[in-house]
Design a binder for this molecule. Structure first.
Ligand code: ZN
Length: 367
């Protein structure tokens, strides 16, 4: 894959979460020299990568908002004079005057697009501003584009290809399997006792995903009343409250974070042992990405999807587009189907598994 970038070929790298995605553009960036532009959707993601590069003595900067003019001149001079440099920015900043100067004055050797699935309206993380990235291409003739993502459905790949105006890209496909996570589905009328049973059966840090903000509040209270330390997180909370919730959980002050899908991108706590979804998530991509926050350290971990008829009805009523309904319908069938969960998930991402997992609810005949 790195060879492909070095030869100036557009490349799409599909690698599972935690699979060292940033290496795909950082290594070529260092070898190619000059400036690698990295478009990224989240400030926290950019800042993590910039500080990781800085620790290795590699020049990097994230352009967040309008950069103070003196700081900007300093960064610009580093980008021009250092043998290699990584400049991170959100897609909204691509049309800024400061970035215009970067384009004019620096030698740009690579355009990297992190979380490239954000360019696809098919996915759950669609960012319209990602579409603007293609507008840069005429200004950067001959500069290869490296797109990395952990979402690998054929449709998403087609969108990345098309919307980044790639020409015959190399597509590199890492395995999406997460062998240390076992996946199970529980069909229940009452989710409460199941969540409590799972939390007492699987010790260690946990994430409980709820589909609604009210659900987050209700579940946080339920867990606390059952004597489990828990904190809630959803987009309706004030930013400082939300940040505090995330921080106490990251610092291991509480065991469980109860959250909507607003929680997660850029979260890298390695020792999560259990991820429980109460209610069916909007798509397999969303489910696998969220459940995949378990076991980043490679140790055995569990992912449970609890399906209740009430939550399914409520969720269905909220789906307002055909594609949203289709994605949801696929998840509902996944939950209903009596097929090894790992087979079903891997099949969705286009991978065939020869062996059944032997540990999911279907394989073990449990529940
Ligand atoms: Zn199985």
């Amino acid at each position: 894959m790195i060879q492909s970038v070095l030869r100036g070929i557009d490349t799409i790298a599909l690698l599972p979460t935690g699979g060292g995605k940033s290496i795909c553009f950082q290594v070529p960036g260092v070898i190619l020299g000059g400036v690698t532009i990295v478009v990224s959707p989240l400030i926290s993601l950019m800042q993590d990568q910039v500080s990781a590069l800085a620790k290795r003595g590699i020049g990097a900067f994230s352009m967040v908002g309008i950069v103070d003019p003196a700081v900007f001149e300093h960064v610009l001079s580093k980008a021009k004079n250092e043998p290699f440099f990584f400049l991170y920015l959100a897609p909204e900043r691509l049309s800024s005057r400061q970035f215009g100067r970067v384009l004019k004055e620096c030698t740009i050797s690579q355009l990297a697009v992190d979380e490239a699935h954000c360019i696809s309206s098919w996915g759950h993380d669609f960012r319209p501003s990602y579409r603007q990235i293609a507008l840069l291409r005429p200004a950067l003739p001959g500069v290869p584009v490296t797109a990395v993502t952990a979402t690998a459905t054929p449709r998403t790949i087609r969108d990345i290809y098309k919307n980044l105006r790639m020409k015959a890209p190399t597509v590199v496909h890492g395995s999406f399997d997460r062998p240390n996570i076992s996946f199970s589905v529980l069909n229940r009328v009452d989710a409460r006792s199941s969540v409590l049973a799972l939390l007492s059966g699987v010790p260690g840090p946990a994430i409980v995903y709820e589909t609604s903000r009210e659900g987050v509040e209700v579940w946080t209270e339920k867990l606390k009343r059952a004597g489990i330390s828990a904190v809630g997180y959803h987009a309706g909370m004030e930013a400082p409250v939300r940040e505090r919730a995330q921080s106490v959980w990251m610092r291991k002050k509480v065991r469980v974070i109860v959250a909507t899908n607003a929680f997660g991108m850029g979260i890298d706590r390695p020792d999560v042992r259990l991820v429980v979804h109460v209610g069916i998530p909007g798509s397999m991509e969303a489910y696998y990405q969220e459940a995949g926050r378990a076991g980043r350290d490679g140790k055995p971990s569990e992912a449970y999807l609890i399906v209740t008829p009430d939550a399914t009805h409520a969720r269905k009523a909220l789906l307002n587009s055909r594609s949203a309904r289709r994605r949801f319908e696929f998840m509902r069938r996944y939950a209903d189907r009596r097929m090894c969960r790992r087979w079903a998930i891997m099949g969705y991402f286009g991978e065939e598994k020869a062996e059944k997992c032997g540990e999911c609810d279907v394989c073990t005949g449990a529940h």
